[in-house]
Each structure stands twice: as structure tokens, then as C-alpha cells.
Design a protein around this ligand. Structure first.
Ligand SMILES: Nc1nc2c(c(=O)[nH]1)N(C=O)[C@@H](CNc1ccc(C(=O)N[C@@H](CCC(=O)O)C(=O)O)cc1)CN2
Ligand SMILES: Nc1ncnc2c1ncn2[C@@H]1O[C@H](COP(=O)(O)OP(=O)(O)OP(=O)(O)O)[C@@H](O)[C@H]1O
Length: 195
């Protein structure tokens, strides 16, 4: 569906900076129990997808991001395998590996040990700075997910997760390498994008 009346975010870098600031302010406004309740709601919204999956990849959250860790706990309780991003170096390919995030990674995030063999997920819970109602996504700007998702397209459900406001009214001008999301999940619901 074309929605011509929406303003377009032509400048991705400026949009990324503004949305990161908004994410920071929102996360800072949350009392810990409110935040945990929102993350439990997210898990509930994801339940059908977790149930349908075999291997669920998510991420080790940064401070202001919604945490997918409760959803990963739920996936494991359902008997699903889980995986987290791991990098040998900043410029190496992102892989998804099983196990707890116990090792320091090159992007300042903990990751599973690199001697755990990579898994091929069939559900990827993708971090984002923002996305639009067509599934176009703004991430941290390094292209890690774009490259990793290229190989998984067709064999995995690709679901962005975030706080409610991270689903934008504006449209994002997609770059040729951008990998669109199949759906967006937040504490308020799961939105599947038309393709
Ligand atoms: N939680 C989470 N994990 C993720 C991502 C993400 O967006 N969120 N990534 C998505 O691709 C990959 C990592 N990509 C990243 C890209 C840039 C920065 C970054 O700019 N971090 C700091 C600067 C830290 C530093 O330079 O050491 C920052 O927030 O300013 C972090 C992770 C894989 N894992
Ligand atoms: N498939 C690819 N092959 C080569 N380079 C790529 C590919 N995908 C993305 N890139 C490069 O990655 C850079 C960052 O892209 P972009 O700003 O879209 O990242 P992002 O989606 O916000 O970040 P991320 O996916 O890490 O969260 C671009 O300069 C682009 O050249």
C-alpha cells in the first residue's frame, strides 16, 4: 500500500540521531518495574512466533533498547534453541551463536563464546532505532543486520522489536542494501507488513 501523504525521512543520519535521543529519554523515564512489565508484554505479543520457530536469534540489549531477553527465556522454556550476535572483530561478519553472553565483544556488548558454532535462525528479533509501516528500518548504521539478513531472507521471519514510538508515521527512504522487516513487535502489538 502506498501512503503518499506521509513525510519522508530523507536524512537517515539525522533521523537516527533524533530517534536515539528520544529512545534515551523514554528509557530514562521508565521505572524498573514498568520497564519489566513492558518487556513481559512484548514477550506475550511474540508468543505465536516463538512457538512456530525452531531457532530464535535476538540480541544483547543496549541500555535504552527494549530487552528481548525475557522472550528468549520463553523460547527456551518452549524447547527452542536461542542465539545472540557474536563478532570476531568490528569489521567481521556478524554470526548468531548459542549460549549466554559472557564474553566482551568488539562493539561494547557481551556475546556468546566464539567457539560455540553459529546457528541458522528461523526467527530473528532485530534491534532498531526506528522503522516505518512498510518495514523499512533504521539501525545503528553499520549494516550488520542488512548483511546478515540478506542470507536469511526466505528462510527466516525477520521481526523488528522496539518501544511503541519506534514505529514511525513518516516513511524511511530505503537504500538498495536495506533488508525490510516482515513485522514489528512492541508491547502494544505485533504488526505484520504487507509485501
Ligand atoms: N543490542 C544490540 N546489539 C547489536 C546491534 C544493535 O543495534 N543492538 N547491532 C546492530 O547492528 C550490532 C552491533 N552494532 C553496533 C553498532 C554501533 C554501535 C555503537 O555505535 N555503539 C556506541 C559506541 C560504542 C563504541 O564505539 O564502542 C554508541 O551507542 O554510540 C553499537 C553496536 C549487533 N548487535
Ligand atoms: N549487503 C551489504 N553489502 C555491503 N555493504 C552493506 C550491505 N548492507 C549494508 N552495507 C553497508 O552498511 C552501511 C550502513 O548501512 P545502514 O545505514 O543501512 O545501516 P543500518 O541498517 O542502520 O545498521 P545495522 O543493520 O547495523 O543496524 C552502508 O554504508 C552500506 O554500504
Amino acid at each position: 500500500m502506498v501512503v503518499p501523504s506521509l513525510p519522508s525521512l530523507a536524512d537517515k543520519a539525522a533521523a537516527r540521531a533524533a530517534l536515539r535521543a528520544e529512545r534515551k529519554a523514554f528509557a530514562a523515564s521508565l521505572a524498573p518495574d514498568t520497564r519489566a512489565a513492558l518487556e513481559a508484554e512484548l514477550t506475550r505479543r511474540l508468543e505465536p512466533l516463538l512457538f512456530a520457530a525452531r531457532v530464535v536469534a535476538a540480541y544483547q540489549p543496549m541500555k535504552d533498547e527494549i530487552s528481548p531477553l525475557a522472550a528468549l527465556d520463553r523460547a527456551r522454556a518452549l524447547g527452542r534453541e536461542t542465539a545472540l550476535p557474536a563478532f570476531a572483530a568490528r569489521d567481521s561478519r556478524m554470526t548468531f551463536r548459542p549460549g549466554d553472553a559472557t564474553e566482551p565483544g568488539p562493539w561494547g556488548l557481551l556475546q556468546p563464546p566464539l567457539d560455540h558454532d553459529p546457528l541458522v535462525p528461523d526467527l530473528v528479533l532485530v534491534p532498531l532505532v526506528g522503522c516505518d509501516s512498510r518495514g523499512n528500518r533504521i539501525g545503528m548504521g553499520q549494516g550488520h543486520y542488512d548483511r546478515a539478513l540478506e542470507a536469511l531472507r526466505g528462510s527466516a521471519r525477520i521481526v523488528g522489536i522496539g518501544w511503541d514510538f519506534q514505529l514511525l508515521d513518516s516513511t524511511i527512504a530505503a537504500d538498495p542494501w536495506d533488508q525490510p522487516l516482515d513485522a514489528f513487535a512492541s508491547p502494544s502489538g505485533l504488526l505484520e507488513f504487507a509485501r
